[in-house]
Design a binder for this molecule. Structure first.
Ligand code: DAK
Length: 264
């Protein structure tokens, strides 16, 4: 059986490609298990600073695998806590950029929203069509989308099941950038390389701080951010980054012999 994901490395960046093209990368459990295991391994690998998640030209992912779910009972769903595994993908401590061509529907759109940000091709299509199947989003789509793009548009998408074009997704804030289809992966890889070149500790805490903004009231969030900011003054990377600026040279955050002692 072929691998359901493919991983290639370019320097400190991992490119992870969903690989069920005949099913438009429908997200079955086997694929989820493979992707989560790979993502957690990449997060633990200090030689990797960021990952790009992509699909095929036609589909990032057309949703959870309908064939796999069709005959499940409510008991099956509860017993197996269906889709809980995706929480581990979202939680893995590695910057994740979704590089989206084609369809990102249902669970596919939800995986896009689990990533830190998304770069979409002009032909990409986003939507939460689950209502047309007699169900609702089950991987966080109602929650993450409402926070990202607001209640009104989230209601529109979840209640009508319509798809949204890339330009609308950009205006709404669902994706960070839209580029020509052929440039999606290279643009995402370049962004990931930029992130991976930075201090691992600073990137990690920046991710944590931004993510907390979705949970905390403003005052608490600002205090949380300040505590993380203070903590970074205990790292070599802060000293290196600021010394490099003052000495008018590029910062060197990733000398192999130093990496282990940084304690990021
Ligand atoms: N699942 C399984 N197979 C899929 C699929 C999917 N989501 N999407 C496409 N495929 C398969 C098709 O069945 C077809 O297979 P064959 O017939 O060739 O064997 C192949 O991929 C090519 O698809 P099409 O022939 O349909 O291609 P078209 O270009 O004509 O259409 C399309 C592309 C993306 C518009 C269409 O395939 C489509 O509408 N796909 C379904 C999109 C969708 O409804 N996605 C949402 C899935 S549901 C939960 C509750 C709910 C959920 C999860 C959890 N809990 C309570 C825990 C629901 C989550 C979902 O994501």
């Amino acid at each position: 059986m072929p691998n359901l994901i493919e991983i290639t490395r370019e320097g400190r960046v991992a490119l992870v490609r969903l690989n069920r093209p005949a099913q438009l990368n429908a997200l079955n459990l086997a694929l989820a298990e493979e992707l989560v295991a790979a993502t957690e391994a990449l997060a633990a690998d200090r030689s990797v600073g960021a990952m790009v998640l992509t699909g095929s030209d036609k589909a990032f992912a057309a949703g959870a695998d309908i064939a796999e779910m069709a005959d499940k009972s409510a008991e099956d769903m509860v017993e197996r806590d269906f889709f809980a595994i995706w929480d581990r993908f979202a939680a893995a401590r590695i910057p994740k950029i979704a590089a989206v061509n084609g369809y990102a529907l249902g669970g596919g759109c939800e995986v896009v929203m689990m990533c830190d940000f998304a770069i979409a091709g002009e032909g990409a299509r986003f939507g939460q069509p689950e209502v047309r199947l007699g169900v609702i989003a089950g991987m966080g789509g109602t929650q993450r989308m409402t926070r990202l793009i607001g209640r009104s548009l989230a209601m529109d998408l979840h209640l009508t099941g319509r798809t949204m074009r890339a330009d609308e997704a950009l205006r709404a804030g669902l994706v960070a950038r839209v580029v020509p289809d052929a440039e999606v992966v290279s643009t995402a890889m370049a962004a990931a390389a930029e992130i991976a070149a930075h201090s691992r500790a600073a990137v990690r805490l920046a991710r944590e701080a931004v993510a907390k903004a979705e949970e905390l009231p403003l005052g608490e969030g600002v205090r949380y951010e300040r505590a993380l900011f203070h903590r970074l003054f205990g790292t070599k990377d802060q000293r290196e980054g600021m010394a490099a600026f003052l000495e008018k040279r590029p910062a060197r955050f990733h000398e192999p012999d130093e990496a282990a002692e940084r304690g990021a």
